[in-house]
Ligand binder design. Structure first.
Ligand code: SF4
Length: 407
């Protein structure tokens, strides 16, 4: 018989802690939020601006593409500029195909990065594969940097896939093609980690990821990885997509995995709308961790969905405004008022659930619904503190929230 406790999150899977430029990933540390730029890294101004925006939004690690000499040469300058801005955010270099060469030719880049991400599916081809992989691992050891071995099924090791397909066929095909692909992804990550360790890279310098674009595949692949290794795991659904689809798919898969105790750092990969805000993916990652109760980043604004009892838009506007104000003030508040992120504000549309929900919040307001007396009771610390009236209810409540936080 199941009990209520069966639905609690599972204890975090034990993993080896990895220090990424001062940010601890794994070993029971809080799940780290990270993101990635989409600027040309060789464009120093644009990359500094985007890393700064992502970090300010809450990205604790930021990955940048290092795809050619110009971008490798730009990395130490980007790091320097960020430090001058007071942003000691660890930068992760994303390498494909020629990472070994770029790291060898640009020692300042190798030093400036806090972690190297390598893709075992494209680190080299045939006879050169192991040699080039070994060169990157050697650089990681020389500069004392961790690596993320990041398998992606869009660039899966084709030799390994073919070998496992052949072996499966020889056994009478007990596994489906999808299962063999999942197994290849997992083995690619585990075999690469084994090789890195044989080459001398300690376990506490290795993070694994295995990204796919299907929700069920992602859950299966990470569950397999989690069961077969104790490496810290970076979670992310690749090619999650645009808008609500990307958010829902990432939240569903990462949420289920984290509920099972799996995952030490997360990245929500969203395809930005043209001209869209890149920091949205950081916001979604933080909100996912917060709504699941794993971390707290920002005061919660509880707002009812509204219904036929609220014909005016005052309460939606107020809820949105309060949320925006809080988000904008957080960088300052976080420094000034430790613990402010645990606060709960309620903005409710009418008397049905308004007073009840407001009482459960630190500060809450129940706006007048259609046909109700035009008065809005405000509750502070569970007690009715006052009633706001007149056309400036929204502005007055905003001031009360700011005042409450300052006190
Ligand atoms: Fe509708 Fe009132 Fe419930 Fe909001 S609190 S959803 S306005 S009944």
């Amino acid at each position: 018989m199941s009990s209520a406790f069966d639905f609690e999150p599972q204890p975090r899977r034990a993993s080896v802690a990895v220090d990424v430029g001062g940010v601890i990933v794994g070993g029971g540390a809080p799940v780290v939020v990270q993101s990635m730029t989409n600027t040309d890294t060789a464009d120093i101004d644009a990359t500094v601006a985007q890393v700064a925006a992502l970090h300010k939004a809450g990205s604790e690690l930021v990955r940048i593409t290092v795809d050619r000499d110009e971008s490798a040469a730009a990395v130490p300058k980007i790091r320097e500029r960020l430090l001058r801005l007071g942003m000691d955010v660890p930068l992760v270099g994303d390498f494909h195909y020629i990472g070994h060469k770029l790291l060898a030719d640009h020692p300042a880049c190798a030093e400036a990065l806090a972690k190297y991400r390598i893709n075992p599916g494209n680190v080299g081809f045939k006879d050169k594969k192991d040699k080039q992989f070994a060169e990157i691992i050697e650089m990681a050891m020389r500069y004392d940097k961790p690596v993320r071995i990041g398998v992606n099924w869009g660039s899966l090791d084709q030799e390994l896939l073919t070998r496992l397909m052949d072996e499966n066929q020889a056994k009478g095909s007990p596994l489906t093609a999808q299962q063999v692909t999942r197994e290849t992804i997992v083995q690619s990550a585990l075999l690469s980690a084994e090789l890195a360790e044989e080459l001398g890279l300690p376990r506490n310098r290795i993070i694994l990821s295995a990204k796919v674009s299907g929700v069920q595949d992602l859950i299966a692949v990470y569950a397999m990885l989690a069961a077969r290794s104790d490496h810290a795991l970076h979670l992310g659904l690749t090619e999650a997509g645009m808008g609500t689809k990307g958010i829902v798919a990432s939240s569903a898969s990462l949420g289920i995995l984290m509920q099972q105790g799996i995952g030490d750092t997360i990245r929500i990969s969203l395809t930005p709308e043209p001209g869209g805000d890149r920091t949205r993916e950081v916001q979604v990652a933080q909100e996912l961790l917060q709504v699941m109760g794993f971390r707290q980043f920002i005061p919660v604004v509880a707002a009812c969905p509204g219904c036929g009892r609220t014909t005016s838009t005052v309460f939606q506007e107020l809820a949105q405004k309060i949320q925006e104000d809080i988000r904008a003030s957080m960088p300052v508040w976080r420094e000034k008022y430790p613990g402010v992120e645990a606060l709960k504000v309620a903005v409710m549309g009418c008397i049905v659930n308004g007073p009840g929900e407001s009482k459960h919040a630190d500060i809450g307001i129940s706006l007048p619904g259609t046909g109700e007396t035009p008065a809005a009771p405000v509750f502070i610390d569970g007690q009715k503190a006052m009633t706001l009236r007149g056309p400036k209810i929204a502005e007055e409540f905003q001031l009360l929230v700011a005042d409450y936080i300052e006190k």
